[in-house]
Design a protein around this ligand. Sequence first.
Ligand SMILES: [Zn+2]
Ligand SMILES: [Zn+2]
Ligand SMILES: [Zn+2]
Length: 173
Amino acid sequence: MKDTWIVKDSQTDRDGRRGDPSAAGIAALRARGERVTPARRAVLQVLAGTSEHLSVDDVFARAETIVPGMHRTTVYRAVETLGDLGLVTHVHPDHGPAVYHLAAALTGGAHLHVRCRSCGTILDVPADLLDDVARRLATTVGFTLQPDHAALAGRCRACSVTSPSVDGDLAPA
Ligand SMILES: [Zn+2]
Ligand SMILES: [Zn+2]
Ligand SMILES: [Zn+2]
């Protein structure tokens, strides 16, 4: 159980077999008869170009460097529409604003998230991590768990070593 446990983000594997996920997103928009606006294209490019977990403000800041002069609300609406279309997903950390990803349909990288309360780092973890918990919730209380919608809180390996006793929250920058 070392770093192999962490899901390798397919988005970092730019030369990999999946090609450009933003191109796949644009193709998906066209296939559904949806407009490929500059804002939608920029949002797809921003999310395809990073393995980081970006807030909508972060997405806007980077999209603005691709298409200068876009309105904030235009980009926010593009993120929302891409979400409605299932091309972009979001995760709620235990602290701070929601963060955004290209959907696994585009990247092939379905995963869950954990977030370190000390340094704010969000890590990708295997998609099946909570399958047993989900099964037990379903059989015992009839509850359908959606484990990909929120990140689990805790402390990363580095912070566990350097500050094992600290129990404060660090809001993401
Ligand atoms: Zn940490
Ligand atoms: Zn992730
Ligand atoms: Zn949500």
